[in-house]
Each structure stands twice: as structure tokens, then as C-alpha cells.
Design a protein around this ligand. Structure first.
Ligand code: SAH
Ligand code: SF4
Ligand code: F3S
Length: 449
């Protein structure tokens, strides 16, 4: 069977799609370009209105392929799948499967039953109480792709109910995976050649603090994963500032293979807005955490998420976000206009901010961020680091190749290498010679390893 997966949203979705791909390939299914597929799978995101709208646009586009093959079927999974559920069946008759974020574990079997014609339609929308372990596909595409980087889920769901956020509704309650299962998967990956692991969860800092917990904290898990021989780089995402334990901050000073970067969503700089967002920290506490982190690891690259125009945000509130961004000096940030989501508490909060005001604030914030990003990258010129190569750069010239990879903090670095040796998955020592707007240019200083 030929299938085509489209993925939207966060790294958890990217990871889910990778898993689904390997699970289907291990059943003999084959990935195919969009105009050849018989089965379409959409792994969707509902965090803002725009990505949700995209799902309907994509389904409209897929419907065109019915002319080529009337037996084409589609599956909608992920966060919009969970939220809209069987609502897709009526609007798009060729959608035969909807699956939620816990239901994905059973999606490969369901797809097989559907293509065999055993059933008309299937909905896998139940949330489960404990982390739903998934089958391990016999072929691991992540390693086959030679990237030697892998994501490992450590938990599912979120209990924080920040007042703007749909995630607790689409991913369900927080469920930690058993630490032994996490360690086992990490060991297997490293044995198979993986050298960089990113531990994933909506709020990794509260790992173990739910029904699935067995007394192992996130900090303890981090130390145990870091110990795996052969693991060169360890990352994790995402962290909620209110839950970051002193032991996790200490880990940045003690674990050599823990990468010098942290994504720590701040959302806003105004204490009043933070309170109404239900974030449970204020700007003073946020700065204390940052100071602690930088004391433990002075070269830590901090990145963040920011929301502008939250209901009731005044010009002064917004200015406080600008001030905090400057004070903390985030190396980069994702910033979004507040978007109403179904069922969240902020839906009823007033006044909503006019779209033109929101757009103007977002632009000011992004301009400020661009300046700070430029300064941070410029400071790196002259420094040395290893780059884990991900593939060839887009731009090429003659006599060798340009390669693209990431430094330990996750910044994109392009560098030139004489000859036609394949460098993907190797570490190459470089010196940074130039800073571009969002990336760096390096010059090789040693042999690939
Ligand atoms: N679990 C992660 C965030 C997941 S959602 C965390 O807590 O850090 C990713 C980002 O989307 C959030 O950090 C937030 O900045 C943004 N976001 C979430 N809901 C939003 C909404 N309703 N409108 C605009 N941005 C939103
Ligand atoms: Fe959403 Fe808040 Fe949970 Fe992050 S911590 S997923 S922003 S509810
Ligand atoms: Fe989107 Fe769901 Fe991730 S809403 S951001 S795909 S958790």
C-alpha cells in the first residue's frame, strides 16, 4: 500500500509521524509522493486557528486525487483529529479513520483493517490513563536516515491548563512513561548509531509527577540517560518555568553531554498577563531561573515562546514583554498573536485586542528579536565547536560541497568541505567565521569523527 503523511505542529507530532511511518513500513507499506498515494495521513495541530484551518484546506486538495483513484482513503490524526473527531466523517466521506493522540498507538492496525475492507470507518479517540506503549517497528527509519538524531517521548498530555491553550484538551491528562522504557529505547537507539537524543513532552519538568510516576524525577531521568556510553548530545523540550527543579539547573553544570541550550517559554513579561494566563510564575521568578541557569552553564543559549495581544493586554503590558525579551536576551523566539481556541478559559476573557493592534505589536516584537538574534550570532564569530552534519546545504559552489549541521546549542552552521565524502551523521570541528541572519558559517578545523 502506498501512503503519504503530512505533518503539522510540534516536535511531538513530527516524532509521532516518524513512528507511524516506520510502523507502516514494517507492515510492507511504502511511502509515496502525494500524487501516487492510496492512503493519506494528516497529523494535525490545533494550537492556533491557522494550523487548524490548514487541515481543511489540505483535505480539499486531497479530494482532487479521488478523480485519479476513487478508492483513496484518508486518516486524520493528532490534535485536530482528537478535537473534531468523527465530525470529519460527514464533511469528508473519504476520511475513514480519525485518531487522537493516545489512539495513534492503534492506528497502523486500524489502517490495515480499513484497506482490507474489513470496516467502513474507525475512530480511535479515547484517552487512556497510563502511557500507551507502542510497538517497536522492526526497521527504524530514524537510524536508516543516517541523521543519527532521535526523539524519545517521555510523557504524553498536559495538566497545566494555561488559560489560552488547547493542548490539555487535545493531548489529555499528563501520563509519564515508565523510566525503564525510556532508558531501554535510548540505549537501543545509541547502540544502533544514534548520537543525539531529544527527550520530548509538553512539560518534561513534571515527568513522574502523575499516576504513571514511579518515583523517578525528570532530573534523575536526565542523569541516567546522559550516562549511556556513546551518547554525544542530549536535549529536552519543552520546559515549563514553574516546574524546573534546582537539580535540572544543576545538571547543566554537571553533565557534559547535556547541550548548552534551553527552550523556556516565557509567554509574556507582564505579571498581570502571566497571572491571567495561569502560568504560575512572575517575571522576577523567571529572571531568577535564568540567572541560575547561566551560573550553571554560562554559554547557555536560551530560546522562548511569546504570545502578544492576550485578552486585556495593555500597551504597558506589551512594553513589559519587550523589556523582558531585551533583559533576558533570548537568542531566538517563536512569537504568536493570541488566537481563540475552543473550550479554553481565555475564550471568555475581555477585551479582545483588535487585529491591527495585535499585528503591530507582533511586528515590533519580531523586529526587536531579530536585532538581538543578530547580536547573539555575531558574538560567536571566532569560537569553535563540533557540528553534527544533517545534510548538504541548499547553496552549493564548485570544488567540494557545502554541508549543513548543528552546533551543540542547536544553531544551524553551514561549512564547506573539499571532496565528495558523505558527511551526514558525522561531527565536524569548525571555527565560526561569519554570522548570517539566522545561521552561522563555519570553517573546518579538524577531521570528521
Ligand atoms: N507545552 C509547551 C507549549 C506547547 S504550545 C509549553 O508549555 O511550553 C506551543 C506554543 O504555542 C506555546 O508556548 C504558546 O506560546 C503558543 N500558543 C499556545 N496556545 C496559543 C493560543 N491560543 N494563541 C496563540 N499562541 C498560543
Ligand atoms: Fe499548553 Fe500550558 Fe500545557 Fe504548555 S504547559 S501545553 S502552554 S497548557
Ligand atoms: Fe499542536 Fe498538538 Fe503539538 S496542538 S503544538 S500538535 S500538542
Amino acid at each position: 500500500m502506498k501512503f503519504h503523511i503530512l505533518t503539522f505542529g510540534c516536535q511531538m507530532n513530527v516524532h509521532d509521524s516518524q513512528w507511524l511511518t516506520s510502523a507502516l513500513e514494517s507492515r510492507g507499506w511504502e511511502q509515496a509522493p502525494e500524487d501516487e498515494a492510496q492512503v493519506y495521513i494528516l497529523n494535525t495541530c490545533s494550537v492556533r486557528e491557522k494550523p487548524e484551518q490548514k487541515v481543511y484546506t489540505e483535505l480539499g486538495r486531497i479530494a482532487v486525487h479521488l478523480k485519479r483513484d476513487p478508492d483513496i482513503i484518508a486518516a486524520v490524526g493528532g490534535c485536530v483529529g482528537q478535537q473534531v473527531g468523527t465530525g470529519f466523517f460527514n464533511r469528508f466521506p473519504f476520511v475513514k479513520l480519525v485518531f487522537g493522540t493516545d489512539g495513534i498507538a492503534n492506528a497502523p492496525d486500524a489502517l490495515e483493517r480499513l484497506v482490507e475492507g474489513a470496516q467502513e470507518r474507525i475512530a480511535l479517540l479515547d484517552f487512556v490513563d497510563i502511557y500507551p506503549e507502542r510497538e517497536v517497528p522492526c526497521r527504524d527509519v530514524r537510524v536508516e536516515q543516517k541523521s543519527r538524531q532521535a526523539f524519545v517521548n517521555i510523557m504524553q498530555g498536559c495538566d497545566n491548563f494555561c488559560t489560552y491553550c488547547v493542548v490539555p484538551f487535545t493531548r489529555g491528562r499528563q501520563k509519564s512513561r515508565h523510566p525503564e522504557q525510556v532508558l531501554e529505547e535510548c540505549r537501543t537507539l545509541v547502540k544502533g548509531g544514534v548520537r543525539e537524543i531529544t527527550l520530548l513532552g509538553q512539560n518534561v519538568n513534571s515527568f513522574g509527577l502523575d499516576k504513571g510516576g514511579v518515583g523517578v524525577t525528570f532530573a534523575q531521568l536526565l542523569y541516567r540517560v546522559a550516562e549511556i556510553p556513546g551518547l554525544d548530545r542530549l536535549r529536552f523540550t519543552t520546559s515549563h518555568p514553574k516546574d524546573i527543579a534546582p537539580e535540572v539547573i544543576r545538571a547543566f553544570g554537571e553533565l557534559d553531554n547535556l547541550c548548552p541550550s534551553l527552550h523556556l517559554p516565557m509567554q509574556a513579561g507582564s505579571d498581570d498577563v502571566l497571572r491571567r494566563m495561569g502560568r504560575k510564575y512572575d517575571s522576577k521568578r523567571y529572571v531568577e531561573i535564568v540567572d541560575g541557569l547561566r551560573a550553571a552553564r554560562p554559554n547557555l543559549a536560551l530560546t522562548t515562546d511569546l504570545i502578544v495581544a492576550f485578552p486585556g493586554e495593555t500597551e504597558e503590558d506589551f512594553e513589559q514583554t519587550m523589556e523582558m525579551v531585551e533583559k533576558v536576551g533570548f537568542e531566538s523566539s517563536f512569537s504568536f498573536k493570541y488566537s481563540d481556541r475552543p473550550g479554553v478559559a481565555a475564550l471568555k476573557m475581555k477585551p479582545k485586542i483588535a487585529p491591527d493592534v495585535a499585528a503591530e505589536r507582533l511586528m515590533r516584537l519580531q523586529n526587536l528579536q531579530n536585532d538581538i538574534t543578530r547580536k547573539c550570532l555575531k558574538k560567536l564569530v571566532g569560537t569553535e565547536d563540533d557540528v553534527l552534519v544533517e545534510g548538504k546545504s541548499r547553496k552549493q559552489d564548485e570544488g567540494g560541497f557545502w554541508w549543513r549541521g548543528r552546533d551543540a546549542a542547536g544553531r544551524v552552521v553551514n561549512f564547506r568541505f573539499e571532496g565528495d565524502r558523505d558527511l551526514e551523521g558525522l561531527m565536524v570541528p569548525v571555527r565560526i567565521v561569519e554570522a548570517k541572519k539566522h545561521s552561522l558559517v563555519g570553517k573546518r578545523t579538524g577531521d570528521p569523527w
